[in-house]
Design a protein around this ligand. Structure first.
Ligand SMILES: *Cc1c(COP(=O)(O)O)cnc(C)c1O
Length: 471
């Protein structure tokens, strides 16, 4: 019997595959052009007329590819450009084009079952836990980013402290808990505590010493809190702080965590990758191998396309006990696609999920360790160079010594926010701003594999010109 209706089963595929193929080749060419010329295209404001052009009230019936390439692609964040240093935005990998395209063609659901995407993610986790040094029993899962990974990690800390029953009984009968972070550590930790039900007030900020958590102050606080019956849920060390790129002393934090029988979580969102840099730099993250959990991003310093983060845990069984709860319709089979012994859904809150792992895998497969190491080391050298130029400039003042890949400084005239905006609008550079020691600073987080020393010289000259104009 033939189909009664020729459209049935064909309503949403292209009518003409030959034409579609030609169209896709054009899109691919436009994407490669975009990347090949990325060095010439700084961030630009979204043009007038953009919102009307993308209105969904006027379907294009099929061909949207010229809109994609000509209208939408230019309206990007600009983080593909070598003078983009704002926030901590990864630059992206050229081969990411291939993995994103292949992932779209496969359209795998990577919540579980037995197929290639699951094996790829498992292999990425093995590689990451090896680099972290978490040992044979380690576990992990890819996440949207460090924010989600932090929720996962502190959930595991909760189960480690109170037992898996806490998943059933909730937090209402628990004693008061606290997590300890360095002052100014990332807001995702507070957010995780809010979501876990402990509340943001359970975050205790420890004062800084030389930009990192003052471990003596931490000891004092833990002892005081213990006397008051407060339970330490976790110490959160930062490997690469948001404001200054500082690393907490993870060896000491690990010792303190053991003394107080608590969990050590490390926020290594971008700083994780220093572990692969030149030894004089990788030593900054020394001690991360003692962590109970680590949150990190692929999409920042490694430049994997957004979004891609990971939560790594030292204890596989605990990780699984924190999340696993298969409903009957998810029972694994012994054979077929419903088989497989490692299902990501047992290690996090997502069921349906995309093939986040493929772009990470492609990045790690196509660059050897030395290349990644050199790119990370270059960025630290560039931040150091920026620091030297700032110190040598009569128009700028360094706000904090350069530790890794961050440089923060103040203009000697004008306002940092105004100068940042002017530099963005002129296309010279993208800095973000932050407050260090009460002063509004320009902040460069260099995680950009296209940046060169010349970029740094050009950018600082552009900043100086703005400061002079503001006098
Ligand atoms: C970016 C960042 C985060 C948040 O990570 P997302 O991937 O944006 O969720 C947390 N901590 C630090 C230190 C960061 O730089």
């Amino acid at each position: 019997m033939t189909n009664k209706n020729p459209h049935e089963g064909n309503r949403m595929d292209p009518n003409d595959w030959t034409a579609f193929r030609a169209e896709m080749h054009q899109v691919l060419d436009a994407c490669v052009d975009h990347l090949e010329n990325a060095r010439n295209h700084p961030w630009r404001p979204v043009p007038d007329g953009f919102d009307a052009a993308i209105s969904l009230d006027t379907p294009t019936r099929g061909d949207a590819s010229s809109l994609l390439t000509d209208t939408i692609m230019p309206a990007s964040t600009g983080n593909t450009h070598p003078a983009f240093f704002g926030w901590v935005h990864g630059t992206g990998q050229a081969m990411g084009l291939a993995s994103e395209m292949v992932a779209a063609a496969m359209n795998s659901n990577c919540g579980g079952r037995d197929h290639g995407g699951i094996r790829i993610e498992k292999e990425c986790i093995r590689w990451l836990t090896d680099l972290a040094g978490l040992g044979e029993n380690a576990s992990g899962i890819l996440t949207t980013g460090t924010s989600q990974a932090t929720i996962y990690a502190l959930s595991a800390a909760k189960v480690a402290r109170f037992g898996a029953d806490v998943r059933k009984t909730g937090v209402q009968n628990l004693p008061t808990v606290r997590v300890y972070i360095a002052k100014g550590a990332h807001s995702c930790i507070k957010q995780a505590m809010e979501i876990l039900g402990f509340g943001g007030d359970a975050v205790c900020q420890i004062t800084l010493k030389d930009g990192a958590m003052d471990t003596d102050a931490l000891q004092t606080q833990l002892t005081q809190d213990a006397a008051a019956g407060i339970v330490p849920l976790a110490i959160v060390g930062t490997a690469g702080s948001v404001n200054t790129g500082t690393y907490d002393d993870l060896n000491t934090l690990s010792r303190i965590a053991q003394e107080h029988s608590t969990w050590l979580h490390v926020d290594a969102a971008f700083g994780f990758w220093i572990r692969i840099a030149a030894p004089r730099l990788s030593i900054l993250a020394s001690g991360i191998e003692h962590a109970n959990s680590i949150a990190l991003d692929g999409h920042k310093w490694l430049g994997v396309q957004y979004d891609c983060g990971a939560c790594l845990l030292r204890d596989h069984d605990l990780h699984r006990a924190t999340f696993s709860d298969r409903a009957e319709y998810l029972t694994a089979q012994s054979a077929g696609i419903g088989a497989g012994d490692w299902w990501p859904t047992d290690y996090g809150t997502e069921l349906s999920r995309g093939m986040r792992a493929l772009k990470l895998w492609t990045t790690l497969k196509t660059h050897d360790r030395d290349t990644i190491s050199a790119a990370i080391t270059d960025n630290c050298d560039q931040a150091a160079l920026m620091g030297e130029l700032v110190e040598a400039s009569p128009h700028l003042t360094l706000a904090h010594p350069v530790i890794s890949n961050l440089c923060v400084f103040t203009p000697n005239a004008g306002d940092a926010s105004d100068i940042a905006a002017a530099l963005q609008l002129s296309g010279d550079a993208v800095f973000s701003t932050t407050t260090v020691d009460g002063k509004n600073c320009l902040r460069a987080a260099i995680v950009n594999h296209r940046t060169t020393s010349q970029t740094i010289h050009d950018v600082i000259a552009a900043v100086e010109a703005q400061v002079i104009a503001a006098r």
